[in-house]
Design a protein around this ligand. Sequence first.
Ligand SMILES: [Zn+2]
Length: 234
Amino acid sequence: MTGTLLGVWAHPDDETFLSSGLILAARERGDRVVLVTATRGEQGTDDPACWPPERLGRLRERELESALAVLGVDEHRFLGYGDGACADAAEPLAARRIATVIEEVRPDTIVTFGPDGVTGHEDHRAVGRWTTRARNAVAPEVELLRAVLAPGFTRRFAAVNDAFGVFMDDPAADVDPGLHLRLSGDRLDRKIEAMLAQDSQTRRLVEGAGPATFRRWWSEEAFLVDRPASPQAA
Ligand SMILES: [Zn+2]
């Protein structure tokens, strides 16, 4: 997996939670990384009185900028969908918009959500569907990585998963990922730093779980690998 990496996600912080290891490895090789985020995550709060959507959206844009600086990514764009409204958007049009980005960026690898959206969030599932559809339409030769939970994650982190409500459904049963990254050392330090930069989303998790558990909790990344069909012999 080398060359340009295109990540397509639903909310600021999805890229960091689910693909920091991929991003850091790509940037260490000097590969180009382009990220797309469908929404500004403006509904992502338990305290909407204090954080009305417009204010939270602005904060999350700044937090994302800080996280991407830590990850070494300088190419990012928003699609401008409403947080929580992706599943209601017209899928063909959304897929067409992502296809336009694919045609412009010409990635070697695309990464997005797996079918269950990892956490079960409807925005995640929708963006995973849009991106898969876009890739199949305009770039079937490009490798597609779809984020899933790492093997054993559900069992090993049942206590924190239950305590913090990160998962909307019961986490899906283990699937066998084609790509499983275990982060440690400097890469894990950078991932944690990028997560902490998105304080509005991570503070309660770090404070609740404790820094050591938080670090272990997000130290693995796993992806289903959809390799392009080999070209047919003429
Ligand atoms: Zn999300």
